[in-house]
Design a protein around this ligand. Sequence first.
Ligand code: SF4
Length: 398
Amino acid sequence: MSFVAKFNALPQETLLKRSSSATETNVRGTLTKSRLTLADFVGLISPAASDLLEPLCRRSQALTQQRFGKVIRLFAPLYLSNECVNNCKYCGFSRDNPILRVTLSVDEVLREARALKEQGFRNILLVAGEHPRFVSKNYVANCVRALHDEFPSISLEVGPMETEDYRPIVRAGAEGLVVYQETYDRAVYAELHTAGPKRDFNWRMETPERAYAAGFRRLGIGALFGLADWRFEALCVAAHADYLLRNCWKAQLTISLPRLRPCAGQFEPLTRMTDRDLVQLVCAFRLMFPDAGLVLSTREPAKLRDGLVPLGITLMSAGSHTEPGGYTGAGKEHLHQTVRGRIVEMGASEWATTRNDEVHATGQFDIADERSPQEVAERIRRLGYEPVWKDWDAALTA
Ligand code: SF4
């Protein structure tokens, strides 16, 4: 049975009612348990648990240190392309946005990757919009192949594919696949995804299973907070994670907690998730899934990221650029502007990224933590944790 069938049968309303009526006593009881169910999890994300943040944080911190040690793994996103055939109202790369676009050549991707290597990174996430013509399965496989010798850990966050299309990419050396459902609320999903193959909610939700069948050994999931009620999304992510841990058990699982950031198109969040809610959710995920990686990106400001280091996070991006060519300026000769998916004569785009008076491709969203990777690593050290740049080597599993 795929997760779609499980999801359709999930007693969402009952569980959310249980969350809203949970008491401090219920939550304190859950904090003493070693194995939790979804019914326990909804207590941890309840309003009652929000008043017990201190004990929640203490338990999460202890569990994280026990399972992972005092270590934060660092990675960087490398954007291959910002072409996209989808319209997702909350994303700067949406097809209809009049932005500056480019797809890097494999050589340019290598240049970008080497700039990241210079900074220390060995763990990279290749990111691209969904455009089968520009970001084809062969192109993605070629990029992975070009980087494989120099980067022991390559993950992908690109448009979902069929299992058979993933196989050559895995053979080329990719070992992780990240795909966010964005929102698990079917009505909100339909409202926000107005054009393109991404409109198919179920197909997207089954992507981690197809990726696992193709041989990916790291799976990343998450919701984009700011679209639907955060407690609802958290419950669905937890149900999804629980399913993947049982059914794709050879894979390592990571859960990301991205919140919406400003981007081209100026979409405003539909719902609010406060910093306090985010801290509560990090702890709740840790208690529910003691061995899952929890990922925090540069979408969050430096101070909050530093505060979350000891509380359950295990993976962080640093020094990120969300535009293709962001690390070296690669690809800027091939920039073009599109309006509603059609290439038009280059004009001044209000969404272009400019650095040192040079025009670059448009980024997916604005980042909040603008520190360099070295500054982030130094801060992690000062907090008593070890920043780790490389956390996987294919030779270890050979
Ligand atoms: S979220 Fe992904 S699929 Fe949607 S517009 Fe952005 S890049 Fe394209």
